[in-house]
Design a protein around this ligand. Structure first.
Ligand code: NDP
Length: 338
């Protein structure tokens, strides 16, 4: 950032998520702005830059990485591209915030972590949910012992995939499509964060309910066993139109109910129940989840702390998703291999 006031972010991928969430989150920080975008299509790069007020555009990864004004890259391409792009960015000395899933295999994800470590660049994973005040409050209350020993959790993360996103997620296994790599990874990260516990074993069933094609699934339900002995149940889908999302954690001394909390929006309510008594908890202000993520990432790049969701967090959530995928294919319980 020499001689410049702000960290320059380069977008690798002319994506929907960058357009709808991340550009605003980056430009909304006092210490960062988006300076360039790269797409594999020059035409798409040009129109995306114009539509989103991005000063420069590139049609190759090398040219974006050669831009001295780019300090940080945000990678939001389809999942099969993440590994090569993270590796090239790290070798060019750029810090990287990468979308989830980090990669399509654990060995690839481990290589990415190692490459970034060797290159001494920060690597973070864009798990947005743990940035929500709802999930941060669940974690704090559990640590404070408010619900005693957590015994069970339930995640309701079934949604209807918006028509504009009904592309590679439903049709391209080679791009890392399917609901497990898209949504179950987020559940895994949120549970790990809220419970401060590690998943050790999973069992799951998946289904095709009218949207996904070929070998891909658009619905999954399963159970995760955690190291502490806690059991967590999850339901993820692209096919459910009329429900809200939620996270519940049930402990020996109380239960926490998060409503409308498995979402990209800064919203949701949290209730504490003890016996018959149920109270809504005061959460304070809801901060934009992606802005919170970028704020922590910018600080980490400038030597203060770590990304709010680290590279290791991305590796951990991928390990759970891989075990869930294997369980749905084999019909067996599968141990989580970190
Ligand atoms: P998109 O489909 O919008 O974009 C992914 C890639 O597809 C782009 O990089 C682009 O390639 C290509 N593409 C986009 N539009 C077109 C088009 N009209 N024609 C041809 N190719 C096109 O993906 P998403 O934004 O939905 O997801 C991107 C990543 O972000 C994934 O890893 C996903 O898992 C993650 N994600 C994370 C979320 C979160 O909250 N953390 C939420 C949503 C997604 P190119 O750049 O080469 O032009």
């Amino acid at each position: 950032m020499t001689n410049r006031q702000k960290l320059g972010w380069g977008l690798i991928g002319a994506s929907d998520i960058a357009k709808t969430r991340m550009i605003e989150a980056i430009n909304g920080q006092p210490d960062s702005s988006v300076v360039a975008v790269m797409s594999t299509s020059e035409e798409r790069a040009k129109s995306y830059a114009a539509e989103n007020g991005i000063p420069r555009y590139y049609a190759s990864l090398d040219s974006l990485l050669a831009d001295p004004d780019v300090d940080v890259v945000y990678i939001s391409t389809t999942n099969e591209r993440h590994k090569a792009e993270v590796t090239a960015a790290a070798k060019a000395g750029k810090h990287v915030l990468c979308e989830k899933p980090l990669a399509l295999t654990m060995p690839d994800a481990r290589d990415m972590l190692e490459t970034c470590k060797q290159a001494r660049v920060v690597l973070g994973t864009n798990h947005h949910l743990r940035n929500a005040v709802t999930h941060r409050t669940v974690r704090r209350l559990i640590k404070e012992g408010v619900i005693g020993k957590p015994l069970a959790a339930r995640v309701f993360h079934a949604v209807y995939l918006p028509p504009r996103l009904q592309g590679w997620r439903l049709k391209k296994p080679e791009a890392g499509g399917g609901v497990i790599l898209d949504i179950t990874v987020h559940d895994a990260d949120t549970l790990h964060f809220a419970l401060d516990d590690d998943a050790v074993e999973v069992v799951a069933l998946s289904e095709q309910q009218g949207l996904a094609q070929g070998a891909l699934e658009d619905a999954v339900m399963g159970v995760i066993r955690f190291r502490s002995g806690l059991l967590a149940q999850f339901h993820d889908a692209f096919t459910i139109r009329h429900t809200h999302t939620g996270l519940e954690v049930h402990g020996t001394e109380g239960s926490l109910f998060g409503e409308d909390v498995m979402t990209q929006e800064p919203q949701g309510r949290l209730y504490l129940r003890k016996g018959e008594k149920r109270e809504e908890l005061d959460l304070g202000p809801h901060e934009n989840l992606y802005a919170h993520q970028v704020r922590y990432f910018n600080a980490a790049v400038q030597g203060q702390g770590a990304p709010f969701a680290t590279a290791e967090d991305g590796l951990r959530s991928l390990a759970v998703a891989m075990a869930v995928l294997e369980s749905t294919k084999t019909g067996r319980r599968v141990g989580v291999q970190y």
